[in-house]
Design a protein around this ligand. Structure first.
Ligand code: ZN
Length: 186
């Protein structure tokens, strides 16, 4: 079975615990816009991520708060920072790296720097219909001037919206734009 699926491109971003947020900011977190995955939002708040003298400013915080800190960057960002973080599924922070978070108020060092694995969001009804399970690996077919087939992990959550999530480096490599349609092979 082959079905069309929408591509969403994730730029570098940060998920924080409430504790770390409160160390870094005096004001409450402010919603800039809701994201397509239900309940997730981009905040107005941004911070700088830093490894010794190398830094990337204006990295957006994605809410709501989580029980762990997780900083998702691209391989290109990792090169700028001089770091080599592992590819991880969201929430799996095994061997993730330490990174410094900096705002006008404070500087905090946290563990949780990763390259996010590409994934396919869906809810339980989608998963039943498609006959797939959480953590299954599926193929995504890209048909353009830089065509190719990518493996992607299924991520089933109660409020998941069927979408294919990749980072900016992956999107650029395959000439993909946000909201492009590709083919999911099952
Ligand atoms: Zn994220």
């Amino acid at each position: 079975m082959e079905i069309p699926i929408r591509v969403r491109i994730s730029n570098r971003h940060v998920h924080l615990t409430k504790e770390v947020y409160e160390k870094l900011f005096d004001k409450e977190i402010e919603i800039k816009n809701d994201l397509s995955q239900t309940g997730e939002f981009a905040a107005f708040n941004t911070l700088t991520i830093k490894n010794s003298e190398k830094e990337i400013p204006n990295v957006r915080i994605v809410g709501p708060f989580r029980p762990y800190n997780q900083i998702e960057i691209s391989k290109r960002d990792a090169r700028i920072l001089g770091l080599n973080p592992p590819v991880r599924r969201s929430g799996d922070l095994k061997d993730s790296l330490e990174i410094t978070l900096k705002t006008e108020k404070a500087t905090v060092k946290v563990k949780g720097l990763i390259l996010a694995n590409r994934h396919i969001h869906m809810n339980e009804i989608d998963a039943l219909k498609l006959g797939v399970r959480d953590k299954d690996m599926l193929q995504v077919i890209i048909n353009n001037e830089r065509s190719g087939i990518l493996d992607a992990e299924v991520k089933v959550t109660p409020k998941g919206v069927l979408e294919f999530h990749i980072d900016t480096d992956e999107a650029n490599a395959f000439l993909l734009e946000d909201y492009d349609e590709v083919t999911l092979k099952i």
